[in-house]
Design a protein around this ligand. Structure first.
Ligand code: FAD
Length: 399
């Protein structure tokens, strides 16, 4: 779909950027965003995050691409989203919850008018944080293996049973977007349906999972005879696969769009390398260190160039199958390589302990490294991205 709004000029974009910066300066919560610790740590932070997100919607910086009747901006252009994303990342301000964007995307494209009217405004007010209830213990990469089942009762309501796992933000989300098998005779991607599950519903139990970085970001969610009214079904029974897949492709591009994080990682890597010594010499005097930093910088530039190009092509209606997979793959793999090398370098070289800037850079590189496998796995693993590209983009045969 091509964008009908004219591409904003350089002056307009610069003014927009200034407005975003001013908003962040004035309203960002009093704590920095940390990789792998995106969920609030306590009730006070949760309240601050919800106020912050609601303010971003109200200012037209988030959800600007929605139809105007649901709060979008008539002059929205994808370049605006890119600027908002860049400024939030550079300011280390908390970013909108990916799962909320995904739910909004699904509701806007597949929801009924009633669902849109009931569920989109609470998203803009940040009263509803959403999570995605897709993966199960035996259905991750192979998401078509979903076993959670939904049975329709005579009154049109549904009873849902099963277990979901790795659910980001499940411990503070209000609503879940669930993929459920509603045709017991079906296999694979047939017979699946998409549901809206309030996490406060009777029979929903959320159990946090502590990850390697000692944070709570993901959860197991148990669904024990959870009753969902007919209004909780999105689209038609059996349409779940296409609904969720459309959302996942959108999510993958969103992950790749965090590409500015890579620049920040390179900044931290260079800070550590510049301000450290190894074997009595400045770290950057060592050829292998200089060369690796340069190679990683090139990788980051390539990832950024793809995203820049994709935003332009999307605006022109010329995006291609698999673009989301390329964006996610190149972001996630580069993020892992830079943070792993930065952590190793930080642990090998000597730095002045009192230099807070260097210590902070080392700490961030380490946090990013611990979190880096989350990016290469969640939203579809790197191997699955390569499979998708091989099949859909290159037309190679399946094995
Ligand atoms: C931090 C984090 C957050 C997440 N958040 C959510 C969420 O909010 N909601 C949600 O529903 N899920 C979420 N997930 C789950 C995520 O989508 C799955 O972990 C992912 O799809 C991989 O599935 P799996 O863990 O079952 O691994 P498996 O599918 O068992 O894969 C194990 C390994 O085998 C490889 N593999 C599997 N099949 C193939 C194949 N055909 N070809 C080549 N290699 C293959 C994989 O790449 C992987 O390396 C999250 C995961 C993480 C780590």
């Amino acid at each position: 779909m091509s964008i009908t709004v004219a591409r904003p000029g350089a002056v307009q974009l610069s003014e927009f950027r200034q407005r975003v910066r001013a908003h962040i300066d004035e309203h960002a919560p009093p704590f920095a965003a940390r990789e792998g610790r995106r969920a609030p740590g306590n009730a006070e932070q949760e309240a601050q995050l919800r106020t912050w997100f609601a303010g971003l919607f109200a200012a037209g910086f988030v959800g600007a691409d929605w139809p105007v009747e649901y709060g979008g901006r008539p002059d929205h252009h994808p370049l605006h989203d890119r600027i908002v994303s860049e400024e939030l990342l550079r300011a280390r301000a908390p970013r909108p919850v990916d799962q909320v964007n995904l739910a909004a995307h699904v509701l806007l494209h597949f929801g009924s008018d009633e669902q849109k009217a009931a569920l989109l405004p609470p998203i803009r007010r940040s009263e509803h944080v959403w999570c995605q209830l897709l993966s199960e213990p035996d259905a991750g990469s192979d998401i078509a293996g979903v076993r959670c089942r939904g049975v329709r009762r005579d009154d049109g309501s549904w009873v849902i049973d099963g277990q979901k796992t790795w659910i980001t933000d499940g411990h503070w989300a209000d609503m879940g977007l669930a993929l459920i098998r509603t045709d017991p005779a079906s296999t694979r991607h047939h017979g699946l349906s998409a549901f809206i599950v309030p996490l406060s519903a009777a029979g929903v139990q959320v159990r946090p999972i502590r990850t390697i970085n000692e944070a709570i970001e993901v959860n197991e969610v148990f669904l024990d005879s959870v009753t969902i009214g007919p209004e909780g079904l999105i689209g038609e029974p059996g349409q779940g696969w296409s609904i969720i897949m459309a959302g996942l492709d959108f999510e993958r591009f969103g992950i790749g769009g965090n590409v500015i994080l890579l620049e920040l990682l390179i900044d931290d890597l260079v800070t550590v390398a510049r301000n450290s010594t190894l074997c009595g010499r400045p770290a950057l005097d060592h050829d292998d260190i200089r060369q690796t930093v340069a190679e990683l910088t090139v990788e980051v530039e390539v990832a950024k160039a793809f995203i820049d190009d994709h935003v332009e092509r999307m605006a022109a209606g010329a995006d291609e199958i698999g673009d989301g997979s390329i964006a996610k793959l190149s972001f996630a793999e580069t993020y892992h390589r830079v943070s792993a090398y930065g952590t190793e370098l930080g642990a090998t070289v000597c730095t002045v302990a009192a230099d807070a800037g260097v210590q902070d850079a080392k700490q961030r590189l380490r946090e990013c490294w611990l979190w880096s496998r989350a990016y290469t796995v969640s939203g579809g693993s790197s191997e699955m991205m390569r499979n998708i590209l091989a099949k859909r983009r290159l037309g190679l045969p399946s094995r």
